[in-house]
Design a protein around this ligand. Structure first.
Ligand code: NAG
Ligand code: NAG
Ligand code: NAG
Ligand code: NAG
Ligand code: NAG
Ligand code: NAG
Ligand code: NAG
Ligand code: NAG
Length: 683
């Protein structure tokens, strides 16, 4: 009985386990260890065919085409047994990649590509239609050198040609373009002096044209490069929607603040770039100012202003930057602490080949160390500082007037002494006389005419005369050195023919002035001073000869001094005359030093205008006549004696109420004295 009970229990347990006998498994089920289980049809290879996915269900399965494919029977789900295939969809039939792009269907997908000559705004080679990528034309032709102003250096044209050919290459990046631009400018700026406004204009144009192209091709979203002569900071935004809000770019010395709206402009091209290109210590010389006096215009005359910041070029993607809705701001660090008026300027290439202009730019804030400028257009910018306010320094004016007047009086006494006093006549005296005359006339013209700038022709004449007479002073000084040399070295025949003296003393300066004037007559007279123009190194028509004369003179003095030393040490020295020559030489050297030093300061006076230099120049210039008087008259015993005789003569004359006897006596004594002295003075 218990056996039957166990069998029943076994059946019961089997029933609880729900084990169905194998014969009863339905379609899609198989037996496993004697049980019915679902068959995974998808495990079989290629059940659904290529380009389709297989999905297993309980007791069945179905196929679906992979994305980008469609089933040949048009149904989404299908059975493999129905001989259905999944076919590639040609997405390009429906999808619009946008203008200047073409579509390429691939197996199961597609991509958009920009046509050649166009660049995708996101810098990817392939893109999808829904990415809002735009294909923008890469305008390499903007780098044509033909669009630049004429007469630009070959080196700059070469940069453009190189940039253009790089730009035309397939797959070029902005980084490569920028590298080429920077390297080329580096060698250009280190070799070519920026002497001409046309060169400066062309340089800025090259940079302004190249930067937007670099921005368009840049792979990174920002770049910062620094080389000895240039420095560039660039930001690029490549978003489907136009960026907005403020941004800031800064290099060491310039900070550029603006808004992305400004960089984008009216139509968003799918990207926007902004660049700050700073030239490091760009030396823009005194740029020619207009000859006609159109002071009404906004152009800045370089004779009155000096660059007081680095120069920076700003470029953005927006091509319409002539009138910006929101002005940009630039924060410039000063090159030197500003004590005078500051102006914000940009380089206007439309003004006679190029000049600084204030149009559309204004100073927002200025302190000693920096100036913030606001400008309503883009270009190359800088900060200028007013120059030559020194002219208004009253003390300097006073020193000049007083010193020059004193100088003129002393020179007049010298001239009268050298001319009238017979006892001291010699070749040296003649030289002194003409030196004094030249200096007298030069000082007189300086006093009266240096600021007479109203009349251009008059001013040029004043400048020419000053050029001539100051050169003559140096020539006569040189002749003195030559004469001393002859006195020591060629002891015999130490008189020089008057004609030779005149030719050397006045002919040489005249020749220099004539040549200078015929080469560049505009170089005479500036808007501030009637003196040589500092542009184009014209001032070297003065400093050049002066340097040569000083060097020649120094050589003569060296030989003279060494010969003198030899003679002092010789067996039988003529001590009396040698001592005299020694004194003459020391005087002459002292004079050369004073004249030379004065013009070293003078160099700075007309150029930079630092106060201390101006004081030194003015004081030395004013007191030159006094120095000549002291050195050649008061320190010479002979001349002193003559003065004493003259003074006593005058006083006795007054006492004796013009007695004829005394005059005779005095003139007799003069004659006898002069006879006595001729031998001595003509050594
Ligand atoms: C696939 O075949 C099974 C029978 O083999 C059928 O029941 C099912 O409906 C079919 N599915 C489709 C999508 O035709
Ligand atoms: C399935 O495809 C083969 C080859 O294309 C064809 O020969 C066959 O007739 C098709 N069968 C059905 C049921 O359509
Ligand atoms: C489409 O893309 C393939 C591979 O990327 C390329 O070989 C083919 O030339 C492209 N077709 C066109 C029309 O550009
Ligand atoms: C592009 O589409 C056509 C038409 O549907 C198709 O025949 C072709 O295979 C597709 N090309 C590629 C490369 O998939
Ligand atoms: C852009 O830069 C990324 C990462 O720096 C680099 O993988 C990619 O190849 C670059 N693209 C090009 C066109 O050089
Ligand atoms: C301008 O720049 C200077 C120096 O870089 C800085 O000290 C100053 O705060 C800046 N001014 C503004 C308004 O950003
Ligand atoms: C310089 O600035 C002062 C005030 O800061 C002004 O009165 C003067 O007119 C300015 N001079 C020039 C030449 O702009
Ligand atoms: C300007 O800079 C100098 C040194 O560069 C500094 O000593 C001075 O305090 C600064 N002036 C101002 C107003 O910041």
């Amino acid at each position: 009985m218990w056996r039957l009970y166990l069998l029943f229990l076994g059946f019961l347990l089997a029933g609880l386990n729900n084990v169905t006998p194998a014969e009863t498994c339905g379609e899609g089920y198989g037996t496993s260890q004697g049980k019915c289980v679902d068959i995974n049809e998808c495990l079989e290879d290629n059940e659904c065919g290529p380009n389709a996915y297989c999905s297993n269900t309980l007791g069945s399965y179905y196929c679906t085409c992979k994305p980008g494919f469609v089933s040949s029977i048009g149904q989404e789900k299908f059975n493999a047994s129905y001989n259905v295939t999944c076919n590639d969809i040609n997405e390009c039939l429906d999808i619009k990649c946008g203008p200047n792009a073409y579509c390429n269907n691939t197996s199961g997908s597609y991509f958009c590509v920009c046509q050649s000559g166009f660049v995708a705004s996101n810098r990817e080679e392939k893109f999808k239609a829904n990415q809002k990528v735009k294909c923008n034309e890469l305008e390499c032709n903007r780098l044509d050198s033909g669009s630049l102003s004429e007469q630009i250096p070959v080196a700059l044209k070469q940069i453009l040609i190189e940039l253009k050919s790089t730009c035309m290459q397939k797959g070029v990046t902005g980084e490569e373009m920028l590298q080429i631009l920077l390297e080329a400018l580096e060698s250009f700026l280190s070799k070519t002096p920026l002497t001409d406004t046309k060169i400066i204009t062309a340089l800025f144009e090259v940079v302004e044209k190249a930067l937007p192209l670099v921005g368009q091709l840049l792979n990174q979203s920002s770049i910062s490069q620094s080389l000895p002569h240039t420095r560039v900071e660039m930001l690029v935004q490549r978003r489907p929607t136009a960026p907005h809000g403020p941004f800031s770019l800064s290099s060491n010395d310039v900070q550029f603040n603006s808004h992305w709206e400004t960089a984008v402009g009216n139509s968003y091209k799918g990207f926007a770039s902004a660049s700050l290109f700073q030239y490091q210590s760009l030396e823009i010389p005194h740029v020619r100012s207009s000859d006609n006096s159109d002071i009404s215009s906004t152009k800045i005359s370089a004779d009155q202003f000096k660059l007081n910041s680095e120069v920076a070029t700003i470029a953005v993607t927006n091509p319409n930057t002539m009138r910006l809705e929101r002005p940009i701001t630039l924060n410039f660090s000063h090159l030197q602490e500003a004590v005078r008026n500051i102006t914000c300027v940009f380089w206007d290439s439309a003004l006679e080949g190029g000049a600084w202009s204030t149009q559309g730019c204004s100073v927002v804030q200025s302190s000693t160390n920096y100036t913030i400028c606001s400008c309503s257009h883009l270009s190359s910018f800088a900060v200028l500082m007013a120059l030559y306010e020194l002219e208004n320094v009253f003390e300097l004016q006073l020193i000049t007037w007083f010193g020059l007047s004193l100088s003129l009086i002393c020179l007049l006494i010298c001239i009268l002494t050298f001319w009238l006093v017979r006892s001291i006549q010699s070749t040296r005296t003649t030289i002194h006389l003409h030196l004094c005359i030249s200096l007298f006339i030069a000082d007189l013209i300086f006093l009266v005419g240096i600021s007479q700038t109203e009349n251009k022709v008059g001013c040029a004449v004043v400048a020419g005369l000053l050029h001539f007479f100051f050169l003559a002073v140096f020539c006569w000084m040189c002749l003195e050195g030559v004469q001393l040399f002859r006195m020591v070295v060629l002891v015999f025949n130490t008189t020089l023919s008057r004609a030779y003296l005149m030719a050397a003393g006045y002919g040489v300066p005249a020749l220099i002035v004539i040549i200078s004037a015929s080469v560049n007559y505009r170089g005479y007279g500036t808007p501030r001073y009637c003196w040589l123009n500092l542009e184009n190194n014209f001032i070297w028509s003065f400093f050049g000869p002066v340097c040569v004369i000083i060097v020649v003179n120094a050589v003569f003095f060296l030989i003279t001094v060494s010969k003198l030393a030899q003679k002092f040490n010789s067996l039988n020295p003529d001590l009396n005359s040698l001592r005299k020559i020694k004194t003459f030489t020391i005087t002459a050297i002292a004079q050369m030093c004073v004249l030379g030093t004065m013009w070293i300061f003078g160099c700075f006076q007309f150029d930079e205008g630092t106060l201390i230099m101006s004081y030194l120049f003015t004081i030395l210039n004013s007191l030159q006549g006094v120095l000549v008087f002291i050195m050649h008259c008061l320190l010479s015993k002979q001349v002193r004696d003559e003065y004493i005789r003259f003074l006593t003569c005058v006083t006795t004359r007054q006492k004796r109420s013009y007695s004829e006897f005394s005059t005779n006596q005095s003139s007799k004594s003069q004659v006898s004295k002069s006879i006595q002295n001729t031998g001595e003075s003509k050594i």
